[in-house]
Design a protein around this ligand. Structure first.
Ligand code: PMV
Length: 326
């Protein structure tokens, strides 16, 4: 018997980084997925393979790489941590075969590590017949996210679990927004790999060096997300685009934009985007551009001409799903 789970990647429409400082952020699930299949083994090993071209097994805390050498451990460890978090919560210790297949670009701000962790938790839970609530899926995948990012706000696991569009504020209940219209976006991947934890640290240094100014910026960013929620509720995507442009200004003030990112943002705007900004931690990774439904191709071409890799997407409703395959 095999259990399978699939969870979506995400873009952040407003509020990344500021969410770490207690302000709300707006995140949206997109049609890229991490899929995880899990079955039981007869021994105690946790064997993991991923379509990133890495595989190996863990036996207690020892790792033996199969493909990808020792650097594969860093990629596979969060999956093991997620699986073991579920087993531990069930009072079990079992050997597992885990296969991860993801279409979400890695280290690009599209939530690939969270989607893999969330899928692993859901698949292992399903295999052992545990009825995990959304909240417990988020909690059980948090340890893996800590391993990857050190101090994550929790927004990535939350959107991957819930799907749709959520308003997320640390230590508050997640609000799943009812969105009637499409939110058409074009993502532009700069191809520059970056590390979320390091960017969170960089922002922290800037916050510390200008505390009185930054305090106002944090408040303004919170207000901006509230306005973005209002705009979405009435389907005013022109207003949402404007707010995304302002949000990019705030992120630039935090020091997380870059030449490669700015180039893609200007290209998206030239192609007719209503608004464009970093999605995720910045420093490279991806931008997200909001467009009218029939203008995505034009924006994608413009991003491509500027050297980015475009991905056409929109909001999707479903979050993590799991099932049994016999
Ligand atoms: O890991 P990323 O690039 O998707 O960034 C997540 C958003 C941050 O606010 C930068 C970090 C966090 O944990 O909220």
């Amino acid at each position: 018997m095999k259990a399978v789970a699939s969870a979506p990647g995400k873009v952040i429409l407003t509020g990344e980084h500021f969410v770490v400082y207690g302000e709300p952020a707006l995140a949206m699930a997109i049609n890229l997925y991490a899929k995880v299949s899990v079955s039981e083994r007869l021994d105690d090993r946790v064997y993991i393979s991923s379509n990133l071209g890495v595989s190996g097994f863990f036996e207690d805390n020892r790792f033996s790489p199969e493909i990808g050498g020792n650097k594969s451990r860093k990629i596979l460890e969060p999956i093991k941590i997620s699986a073991e978090a579920v087993l531990k919560s069930l009072g079990e210790k079992r050997g597992l075969n885990i296969e991860v297949t993801s279409t979400i670009p890695v280290a690009a701000g599209l939530g690939s590590s969270s989607a893999s962790a969330v899928s692993t938790v859901a698949a292992v839970g399903r295999l052992f017949g545990a009825k995990l609530t959304k909240e417990s899926v988020i909690n059980l995948s948090t340890e893996a996210e800590r391993y990857v990012h050190v101090n994550p706000s929790g927004i990535d696991q939350s959107i991957s679990t819930y799907g749709g569009v959520i308003s997320y504020k640390k230590n508050e209940e997640i609000v799943h927004l009812k969105i009637k219209s499409a939110i058409p976006v074009v993502i532009g991947n700069s191809g520059v790999v970056r590390n979320t934890g390091k960017l969170i640290d960089k922002v922290h240094v800037r916050m510390e060096s200008l505390p009185d100014v930054m305090e106002l910026l944090i408040k303004a960013a919170g207000k901006l997300t509230t306005r973005a929620i209002d705009a979405l509720k009435i389907g005013n995507i022109v207003q949402l685009g404007l707010l995304m442009d302002v949000s990019q200004g705030f992120l630039t003030a935090l020091g997380v934009s870059s030449e490669a990112i700015d180039k893609l943002i200007y290209a998206a705007k030239r192609g007719g985007a209503l608004g464009a900004k970093i999605t995720g931690a910045g420093g490279g990774g991806c931008i997200v551009a909001l467009t009218h439904l029939d203008e995505r191709k034009k924006v994608a071409q413009s991003i491509s001409a500027a050297g980015g890799i475009p991905i056409i997407s929109e909001n999707i409703e479903s979050g993590v799903r799991s099932w049994i395959m016999r």
